[in-house]
Design a protein around this ligand. Structure first.
Ligand SMILES: Nc1nc2c(ncn2[C@@H]2O[C@H](COP(=O)(O)OP(=O)(O)OP(=O)(O)O)[C@@H](O)[C@H]2O)c(=O)[nH]1
Ligand SMILES: [Mg+2]
Length: 321
């Protein structure tokens, strides 16, 4: 548990440091007063927590401060973390990847039931948001949890995109199905599903090409991938995740709404939180969309993809343990 918290803390260093600098180390030991409250408000805005959340945090601290004028910065940080936990209640998506995969038969051998089908995760989003990297990291995690997975390279737009996922697959020992450049993305997804089914795999992760939510032909391609997967399994893709670049802050909200309307999102992944001092944006994104956040990206290494934890996030941004 401690090391998981440390991952959050290290990954959010830029945001935490920016707040600490703007508030002159308020949470480290200063007393709350009018000046430090102003600094805190400014710091929370700058970190992209948004008007609503910043106001709620400030109001609660002020209310407590009126009752207890000796309120210390550290106590204020506890109040802030509690507000965040309340605002983010329900924001944790949970993927059940742990465990042995198939139930075992009496002999101790794996016994895949005949009707077993892969659960499909489709990664979608604008260019460069982190879909391919996240596909590889997540497949790695699923394998580490003892389940089987195939990744499908359905970004057939660019040769480099297929190569990128192939090189991750080689590095992490992942099974991959890839089409050639220019191939029909939906056909690659279909073949990958068939491969996952015939090999009795638990999961299929479909990496798609980056697209602007404003380009209707590209949005149609996503709908086609979904339709074609549904020929194999009407429930597929069970997970439709938007991968959002966390360093772009609250700008992602409108984009997410459009993807949601045309594709029915079931989850979010927020990447690159390690690269930004505006890590508060995740709160506004959840407040506006109310779509669960399954994972966050805290760096470029395979284990830098972490299940989103409201408690770890809320305490880390306020510099608490
Ligand atoms: N620091 C950091 N970098 C990340 C994270 N996630 C992805 N990246 C980097 O972001 C860049 C883009 O990632 P990709 O996975 O290629 O993004 P994509 O969405 O597949 O991009 P397109 O296929 O071009 O739309 C790469 O350099 C990744 O290493 C993260 O959590 N932290
Ligand atoms: Mg990609």
């Amino acid at each position: 548990m401690f090391s998981l918290f440390k991952k959050f803390k290290d990954g959010l260093t830029k945001t935490v440091a920016a707040i600490a600098a703007k508030t002159h180390g308020l949470f480290g030991g200063r007393k709350i007063d009018a000046a430090s409250l102003d600094e805190l408000e400014e710091a929370l805005y700058t970190a992209d927590f948004g008007v609503e959340t910043t106001t709620e945090i400030l109001e609660e601290i002020k209310t407590t401060h009126r009752k207890d004028p000796s309120l210390q910065g550290r106590q204020a940080a506890e109040i802030g973390a509690a507000v965040l936990q309340r605002v983010l209640a329900g924001a944790e998506g949970r993927l059940e990847t742990a465990g042995a995969g198939f139930p075992r038969d009496g002999s101790g051998h794996k016994a895949p039931p005949a009707e077993k089908k892969p659960t499909v995760i489709a990664m979608i989003g604008v260019n460069g948001s982190g879909k391919t990297t996240t596909t590889a990291k997540l497949a790695h995690k699923i394998k580490a949890d003892g389940q089987s997975v195939i990744v499908a390279a359905c970004d057939t737009f660019r040769a480099a995109a297929v190569e990128q996922l192939k090189s991750w697959a080689t590095r992490l020992g992942l099974e991959i199905v890839a089409g050639h450049t220019g191939a029909d993305a939906a056909a690659v997804a279909f073949d990958a599903w068939q491969a996952a089914k015939s090999r009795g795999h638990d999961w299929l992760i479909v990496d798609t090409a980056g697209r602007l939510h404003t380009k209707s032909n590209l949005m149609d391609e996503l709908a086609k991938i979904r339709r074609v997967l549904q020929k194999n399994d009407p429930a597929a893709p069970q997970h439709r995740w938007l991968v959002v670049d966390g360093s772009l802050g609250s700008n992602s909200i409108e984009q997410a709404r459009v993807f949601h309307r045309s594709f029915g999102l079931t989850g979010l992944i927020v990447t690159k939180l390690d690269g930004t001092s505006r890590g508060g944006a995740i709160v506004g994104i959840y407040r506006q969309l109310k779509i669960p956040i399954y994972f966050i990206g805290l760096g470029e290494q395979p284990d830098d993809l972490q299940p989103f934890s409201v408690e770890n996030y809320s305490r880390a941004v306020f510099g608490l343990e």
